[in-house]
Design a protein around this ligand. Structure first.
Ligand code: NAD
Length: 334
């Protein structure tokens, strides 16, 4: 199939593009490179540098005839979204509305959307797709608004939609050895790369935000999903859409196991064999207490099976990539 991937120069979009190419699809990436990297776009995919707000550009690209769009492009930092909500409403919601208007106009009927666990209300048990939605931050709210737009476009315009609510995407892609694609957000707010930066001596200490949450060790609990497993779900989702297996469905993508921030730190110390200094900070605005997925629906409907569910394996893949990446950055040969 011919697929447009927005945000395909970013972490999850670039790895998914790689998986799509390997599955024999043709991919065009649209990314404004505000948070992505030209070199992360796999060879074999065309990169169009541009913004999802750019109606004329969208019209030109979509005029080339796509069968499906995967929409990863977004701003993703929960904390920043609380400090600058308008930036998030504009980039994520208005940008998506512009993209969707052109998709409807071009009569493209298949759409996969990167949503997030941040749309849910925190809960002690694994979250199911039908559980109450109550974002703790503006970022999550923007994703929920887009989900709702998609629901109406399904009803009124026949857009067939797969909404994937990712839990914490983590690790580096194992499609190549050593890994070529991993997590490098700027600024990085995610826990595993921040812990590994300390292990590599790039940061003096890991800042752990909050040790007074109502959890066994006082730190927040999250569900970590390996990037290749996440990407594979997209390939399966596309196939299911093509086979008319569903019209509009929401799928959680996670491993179903929660790890506290302290547990992630302990696992990273074990994987790297390095002592990782930590300082306890106050709570970060917009952090939910516990977000863990029940992903049975993706397994049943899409036939999805995560192949790398172990936290230590996920961290080990990230560690392997960070060491290679570090060599790149310091100009040393691989
Ligand atoms: N990383 C996670 O753990 C996680 C969890 C849940 C959901 N998600 C969702 O997955 C998607 C990808 O996340 P990621 O971690 O790869 O982030 P990322 O920042 O690495 O990638 C996002 C990409 O979108 C591009 N982009 C942003 N705004 C754009 C615009 N207006 N026009 C064109 N391109 C634009 C950026 O340049 C970047 O390359 C996002 O939609 C995010 O909300 C991520």
């Amino acid at each position: 199939m011919k697929i447009l991937v927005t945000g395909g120069a970013g972490y999850i979009g670039s790895v998914t593009t790689d998986h799509l190419l390997q599955a024999g699809h043709e991919v065009v990436v649209l990314d404004n490179l505000s948070h992505g990297y030209r070199e992360m776009v796999p060879q074999g995919a065309e990169l169009v540098e541009g913004d999802i707000h750019d109606k004329a550009l969208l019209r030109e690209i979509l005029g080339r005839g796509f069968e499906a769009v995967m929409h990863f492009a977004a701003l993703i930092e929960a904390g920043e979204s609380m400090a600058d909500p308008i930036k998030y409403f504009d980039n994520n919601v208005v940008g998506s509305e512009t993209l969707l208007a052109e998709i409807v106009r071009a009569k493209i009927k298949q759409f996969i959307f990167s949503s997030t666990a941040a749309v849910y209300q925190s809960k002690d048990e694994p979250l199911r797709e039908a559980d109450p939605l109550k974002p703790a931050n503006v970022y999550g709210q923007t994703k929920l608004m887009i989900e709702e737009m998609l629901g109406w476009l399904n009803q009124t315009k026949g857009l067939r939609v797969g909404i994937f609510r990712y839990f914490n995407a983590a690790g580096a892609s194992l499609l190549e050895t050593p890994p070529k694609r991993g997590e490098a957000h700027i600024p990085e707010t995610h826990i595993i790369p921040n812990i590994l930066a300390v292990a590599l001596g790039q940061q003096p200490e890991f800042k752990l935000y909050g040790n007074d949450y109502p959890t066994p060790d006082g730190s927040c609990i999250r569900d970590y999903i390996h990037i290749d497993d996440l990407a594979e779900a997209h390939v399966l989702g596309l196939e299911a859409l093509k086979q008319n297996q569903f019209e509009f469905e929401v799928f959680n993508l996670g491993n179903g196991q929660g790890f506290s921030n302290q547990e992630v730190l302990a696992a990273a110390r074990e994987v790297t064999g390095r002592d990782i200094a930590v300082t306890i900070q106050g709570r970060r605005e917009g952090d939910a207490v516990r977000l863990v997925a029940a992903s049975d629906k993706a397994k049943t409907v899409l036939g999805w099976t995560p192949k790398h569910p172990e936290l230590k394996e996920i961290i080990a893949s990230a560690w392997a990539w960070h060491q290679v990446k570090d060599k790149h950055e310091t100009g040393k040969p691989e």
